[in-house]
Design a protein around this ligand. Structure first.
Ligand code: UDP
Length: 448
């Protein structure tokens, strides 16, 4: 599947920085403007492998326009790949996150071949390049040796216990970057030779995915999907991916619905760069066979308003991942004041504070136990939801994310300037030493 086949995001309203003031306060925006003044007009290019599906596309869809709004020349580019390329990168992804040996010699060779094609086709002449995740990592070969470009590898996945062969293969690329950025401190790597930054992803409170919605719209979405507005609703929104444990969600729900009358929605789409989606979807449909209270929804990409409505209509939100990068769906749900029951993996523990904004779980029985608890204690569920919204407001909104990127660019630029200055200084010292030597040498060798 070529990423070129992906549909493009629909036009969106570009918000002004001032639109965020009522949510984050004037001070945050003042800081952002100050950082932005120092780098306005610079070209920042983000590169990833899909415009549709998954958290990276979701973030860039909102962050790139906001970067433009504050005066950067921000662009978003996509690499091209065929089915074999995305099968190879999915094998890398699964190897990195699970430690299993899944990549073959052919997958490494094909990755290199497609990377070379992308290198020939893309110009990548920005001041700062953000290369997201492993798929486009080889674009670093495009770095101009004499240019003052910054190349940043932005890693969104869990590489804390990777399969060695895949990690060693990728680390050769990573070490050519100026810096690597990870979503949570537990992903940082002690074997990298470059600076590492910790920047959590974020959600945009003004996007269609997260803005408040009229009740009438939410009701329409519920009836479209034949959901009962009177019954508790448990929801997981995810790509159909084994790492999100959709089958585990169904099993946990079955343990709950034996005791409490409720309904489950598992909603997701297929991502262009994820070839496993259809296989997982078919298994999920089979696992839910014969159950009227389990709704498996295959929704088209860019169904942001509908996903927003499903999250808002939910009593509890699940994100029962076994492996996770950051888990943007968790922030989205907490922002809607919903308690979240989620796997204790990746960036989820940054968001789900156990017993405060939801519950961290380690298995199917744990998820079922916490669901029953929250369904029977709606007051506690409501309080957790409010805690969650505040936690997201303080930590996981797009304004904080933008500010950290700007600061990182500024600090790396200053560091590079410092190095150039110290190199010039060293060169000057060497020249002076050489000249001094010449002075001393010449008289000695000069015939008397
Ligand atoms: N998402 C979506 N449609 C879907 C499934 C997911 O728009 O059918 C969005 C979801 O709302 C979230 C992102 O895709 O914004 C998923 O990000 P997350 O970090 O949770 O997981 P990833 O897919 O990147 O592993």
């Amino acid at each position: 599947m070529s990423s070129q086949s992906s549909s493009s995001p629909p036009p969106q309203r570009v918000h002004k920085l001032a639109d965020y003031e009522s949510i984050v306060g004037a001070e945050v925006l003042e800081d952002l403007r100050t950082f932005a003044d120092n780098i306005s007009g610079k070209t920042v290019i983000h590169v990833n492998s899909t415009r549709a599906g998954g958290g990276v596309a979701e973030i860039l869809f909102r962050l790139v326009p906001l970067m433009r709004e504050i005066g950067l020349n921000a662009k978003w580019e996509i690499i091209k790949g065929d089915a074999q390329f995305f099968e190879s990168t999915k094998a890398f992804h699964n190897s990195l996150q699970t430690g299993a040996r899944l990549a073959t010699k052919e997958s490494f060779d094909h990755f290199i071949r497609k990377t070379e094609e992308n290198l020939r086709e893309m110009s990548l002449d920005g001041d700062t390049m953000f290369i997201h995740d492993p798929q486009p990592i080889g674009l670093i070969a495009k770095r101009k040796s004499n240019a003052k470009q910054l190349w940043i590898w932005r890693c969104h996945i869990d590489v804390s216990n990777p399969e060695r062969e895949v990690w060693n293969f990728l680390a050769k690329y990573v070490n050519q970057y100026d810096a690597a950025v990870f979503s949570t401190p537990s992903f940082a790597r002690s074997d990298l030779k470059i600076p590492q930054f910790m920047v959590s992803p974020s959600i945009d409170p003004l996007s269609d995915k997260n803005r408040s919605l009229p009740e009438t719209f939410i009701d329409r979405v519920l009836s479209k999907y034949e959901l009962d507005s009177e019954k508790p609703l448990i929801t997981q929104i995810s790509r159909f991916d084994y790492a999100k444990d959709p089958i585990g969600v169904i099993q946990a729900f079955k343990l709950v619905s034996d005791h409490i009358d409720c309904q489950l929605v598992l909603a997701g789409s297929l991502a262009d760069d994820d070839p496993e989606g259809m296989e997982v979807y078919s298994k999920v449909v089979k696992a839910a066979e014969g159950r009227k209270d389990i709704h498996i929804l295959l929704i088209p990409p860019f169904s942001d308003l509908e996903i927003n409505a499903l999250q808002r209509a939910s009593t509890i939100i699940l994100q029962k991942s076994i492996k996770e990068g950051f888990g943007l769906t968790v922030a989205e749900s907490l922002w809607k004041a919903k308690p979240v029951i989620a796997g204790a993996t990746g960036g989820i523990p940054l968001q789900v504070k156990n017993g405060l904004t939801g519950f961290l779980v380690h298995n199917i029985e744990g998820a079922a136990y916490r669901m029953r608890y929250l369904l029977r204690n709606p007051d506690i569920a409501a309080r957790m939801g409010l805690n969650g919204r505040e936690h997201v407001r303080q930590n996981f909104l797009i304004t904080r994310h933008l500010g950290e990127y700007l600061l990182m660019i500024l600090s790396l630029e200053n560091h590079a300037k410092g190095e150039r200055f110290s190199n010039r200084f060293e060169e000057k010292e060497e020249e002076e030493a050489a000249a001094a030597q010449t002075h001393t040498v010449i008289p000695q060798t000069h015939p008397k």
